[in-house]
Structures are given as structure tokens and as C-alpha cells.
Write a protein of this length. Structure first.
Length: 376
């Protein structure tokens, strides 16, 4: 009923708007004698009858409102005759002004507006009454439901505490399972978001230094690590440090080569598995800031693979215990990072080959010039 009343009020507003549009159209024509002003009048007149008939059907069960719609229709018809009369006079004489005749049109419009106001007031009062009645019914329904629930609870308590405890346990298990699934979905969403953000961060990076710097900057911020170092495989199963974040190497250690052997870095790369050090001794790995230095609490070493090929090894230091999702993110996003590193190194090789080719072309041109000179 409330929705029906809202629809009736909206339809009444539409009918009243169409009526006002017709009035504005005729007034504009009488002021300017421009036939274009009558186009909205013709469109609104065609639609007005349809909307008014639909409005009357909506209130057919209310004799008072239906009678008021009939009165509105009669007043609108009288105003329509008045409007046609004024339009004909204006067409016959462009200097014609309504004068005293405008009073008749104003009275008709005021009567129509009063009828619409009374119609809307009645509908809003009916809506308020129906809302109040619905609230009373809701209160009674809720009260009966509460009584029913209390009676059912008492009956269940009378039947036995064991059944109630069993139901409580089942409900608790269901909530626990739901929470577990929600946590799993949240963890998966966190991993996918990290993978997506890392891909966005690496997009457009052409040089290897930019790729590794952006990767360490993102992983340090997303995982909350305080130290991050990235190594690339070098010749002879060695590794070369290419980028660092939050860690300052000692003098002379730039481009440090890590020899192959039974180091944790080499083991992680060889076995293609993540190495986690929950606690490390003091001085094992230090982080640096502008104000000082400090020891990290835990370390995570993970290989970066793409298409089953090792492209890098990353080492992260934390001021907290490592979490399983840290390694999961590195495994999931490692393919994206490995692909970016491979693409950057491939572009570097292409650039080197291009420069070498250009140099060979220059040498060939010099030789050709010397040969031409010698021939001359």
C-alpha cells in the first residue's frame, strides 16, 4: 500500500508537471507569437490524457479522489478551451495581448493547483495512516514472534540441555568454518592484490636497475620488511648483488659476487625453495636509516622463477616473525618479477647488440672510405 501511494503521488506530480508545461508553452507563444513555443504544448496535451486516465485508475477504489480527478479533468478542459481561444486570437493579431482575459486563465490554473494540492494531501495522509497501521501490525507480529521464541526456548530447555548444547556446538562450528573460509578468502585477496600491484609497478620499466629497484621498493612496503636485497645469477653458478633496499653495503662491496657453495642463498636457488630463518643472531643482518642502524629479527630467502627457470634470489629482513603469506606472495608474484627481469635483460642484450652493430657499421664505413681513397 505504501508503494502504491508513492506511485500515485509521483503520477499526480507528473500530470501536474505536464499541465504546467502546457501553460508555459502557451504563455511563451502569447509573448513571442513563435509557433515553436507550441510544440511542448502539443506533446504535453497528447500525454496528459493518458497520464490522467492512469492516475484515475490508480485511485478507482477511492471515490473522493476519483471525483477530484474528474474535477481536475474538467478544469483542464476549460483551460484548454481558453488556451486555444487565446492562441487563435494571437495568430489573428500578433499585437494581441490577453489583458483581462488572462484573469480567467489564472483562476482556472489556481483552481487546478488547489485540486492537485488537496489530492496530494489526501494521498499523503492515507500513506501516513497506512504506515502507522503497518507499524502497529509489525509491533504485534514482533511481539507474537518474541512470545513464540520465548515459548520455544522454554520448550527446548525443558526437552533437555543436551540438545541445546549440541545445537550451540553445531552453530559454533558453522561460524568457525565460515570465519576460516572468510580468512582464506581474505588471504587470497591479499595475495592477488599484491601480485596485481607488483605487476602495475613493474609495467613500463625498461631498464634492469629500474625493475629491481621498483620490485624491492614495493615488496618492502607491502610485506613490511626493513631490508631487501636482490641477487642475479652470474657465470660459474655465482650470484651478483644488483639492488638493495634499507641496507647499505660496506665500502668496496658494490656489485659483490656471492660465490657458489653451501650458503643459504645457493641452497635456496639450487633447491628452488624458500628458506625462512625465524630468529637470527645479533649482527647477522643490519638495517640502516638516517638516524642509526639495528639488527633484524628474522630473514626470508626466496628464489624468483619464471617458466621453471631461475632469474633471481631475493633476501628480506623483518623486525617481526615471518608469516607464511610472505613466502606465498613471493611464490605467486615471482613469475611476474621473473618475467620483468628476463624482459629487461633481453632488452639490455638487444641494446648491446645494436650498439655493437652500429660500431661495426661505422668501422665498415671507415674501411670503405679508406678503400675508395686508395682506389682513387
Amino acid at each position: 500500500w505504501v508503494e502504491h501511494t508513492d506511485q500515485v503521488i509521483a503520477r499526480a506530480s507528473m500530470v501536474q508537471k505536464l499541465d504546467l508545461d502546457m501553460e508555459s508553452s502557451v504563455r511563451g507563444f502569447l509573448l513571442n507569437a513563435d509557433e515553436r513555443f507550441l510544440e511542448p504544448y502539443d506533446r504535453s496535451q497528447t500525454r496528459l490524457g493518458t497520464e490522467r486516465d492512469a492516475l484515475r485508475k490508480s485511485v478507482a477504489d477511492n471515490a473522493q479522489q476519483a471525483e477530484r480527478i474528474d474535477r481536475i479533468a474538467g478544469l483542464q478542459a476549460a483551460w484548454h478551451r481558453y488556451a486555444l481561444e487565446q492562441v487563435q486570437l494571437k495568430r489573428a493579431n500578433r499585437d494581441y495581448q490577453p489583458g483581462a482575459a488572462a484573469e480567467r486563465g489564472r483562476v482556472l490554473k489556481e483552481s487546478i493547483a488547489d485540486e492537485f494540492e488537496q489530492f496530494t494531501t489526501v494521498e499523503r495522509r492515507l500513506r501516513a495512516d497506512r504506515v502507522e497501521e503497518a507499524n502497529r501490525n509489525t509491533i504485534w507480529t514482533v511481539s507474537l514472534f518474541v512470545v513464540f521464541v520465548l515459548g520455544t526456548g522454554a520448550f527446548l530447555a525443558w526437552r533437555g540441555r543436551r540438545e541445546l548444547m549440541g545445537l550451540s556446538k553445531t552453530y559454533g562450528d558453522a561460524l568457525s568454518e565460515q570465519q576460516r573460509q572468510a580468512d582464506a578468502l581474505a588471504a587470497l585477496a591479499w595475495l592477488r592484490e599484491g601480485q596485481s600491484l607488483l605487476t602495475e609497478r613493474l609495467a613500463g620499466q625498461q631498464h634492469l636497475d629500474d625493475v629491481t629497484a621498483q620490485a624491492l621498493d614495493f615488496l618492502a612496503g607491502y610485506l613490511g620488511s626493513v631490508v631487501a636485497v636482490l641477487y642475479l645469477p652470474a657465470e660459474g653458478d655465482e650470484f651478483r648483488r644488483i639492488a638493495a633496499w634499507g641496507w647499505k653495503p660496506e665500502p668496496g662491496e658494490e656489485g659483490e659476487q656471492v660465490a657458489a657453495g653451501r650458503t643459504l642463498l645457493a641452497q635456496a636457488a639450487q633447491q628452488r625453495r624458500t628458506v625462512v630463518l625465524d630468529t637470527v643472531p645479533p649482527g647477522y643482518l643490519r638495517m640502516s636509516s638516517a638516524l642509526g642502524q639495528g639488527d633484524v629479527q628474522s630473514v626470508l630467502i626466496a628464489p624468483i622463477e619464471h617458466e621453471k627457470r631461475l632469474h633471481a634470489v631475493i633476501e628480506l629482513g623483518f623486525m617481526r616473525p615471518p608469516q607464511p603469506r610472505d613466502g606465498d606472495l613471493l611464490r605467486m608474484a615471482g613469475g611476474n618479477l621473473g618475467a620483468a627481469i628476463e624482459a629487461a635483460r633481453f632488452r639490455k642484450r638487444l641494446q648491446d647488440m645494436l650498439e655493437e652493430t652500429q660500431q661495426l657499421n661505422e668501422e665498415l664505413q671507415v674501411q670503405q672510405e679508406e678503400l675508395r681513397t686508395a682506389n682513387e
